[in-house]
Design a protein around this ligand. Sequence first.
Ligand SMILES: C[S@@+](CC[C@H](N)C(=O)[O-])C[C@H]1O[C@@H](n2cnc3c(N)ncnc32)[C@H](O)[C@@H]1O
Length: 246
Amino acid sequence: MTRLYEDDAELYDIAFDWDISAEADWLVERLQATTVLEPGCGGGRMLEALAERGCQVVGIDTSPQMVELSRRRLGTRGEVFEADMRHFDLGRTFDGAVCPINTLLHLSPAELARHLYRMSQHLERWARYLVQVGLVESDQEPFAGSHWEASRGETSLKVDWVDEELDVVRGVSRQRSRIEVLSGPRAGEVVEEVHDMTAWTPATWSEAIEASPFELVATYDGGTKGQWPRVDARATGGLLWHELTL
Ligand SMILES: C[S@@+](CC[C@H](N)C(=O)[O-])C[C@H]1O[C@@H](n2cnc3c(N)ncnc32)[C@H](O)[C@@H]1O
């Protein structure tokens, strides 16, 4: 697990706390769910947005710091548990689930299979599981990367997130994040980390879903501002949403 998800979870939470209200509206419409589970919920930004839209939300995360941030953010508006998405058992089912921002790329193919099986045990038969997983072309070069600034209170950050290596044949990618604290109590600190992720092509991703208890209903492009047009299952891109059902 990375520092950004544990000791520096607060910096991660500030860096990724952009406005997700339109995306949350779209997700709620697609899910048509009262109870929603988010595996890998981080600091709870999506749980909060879904709770504000009337969903009863539950999140799980392996990081105690993320669980604490989520609980603080949600208060009584939802529940958050420390649990591993590869082998958890909450003893109940939900009528929808979401997993944004490429969290599932942290799992190897075998771990994804275990996760999808666990999710199938936590969802009603007609429930939708919306997962945001970027897919790459089989001959793709590493993405140029993303660069942005974020702030909360006195703290402001400069964030650089780049794909350093991409090996589509082995199905792995290596990303490097660099967060520079520009102002606030930690001004001057730089947190730099390497993240080893799985790289999926449309073909390998479809195979993984077909081998799971889920089927792929539709794919949407989350990279077009304020709109989530349906795209072909062979589409590639960094912000694709996949709608799965049992
Ligand atoms: C990319 S962050 C996304 C956080 C949140 N979903 C969001 O949209 O802001 C990934 C999160 O997944 C959590 N995570 C990684 N591996 C996990 C696992 N095996 N089980 C549960 N949580 C995990 C990390 O601790 C981190 O909080």
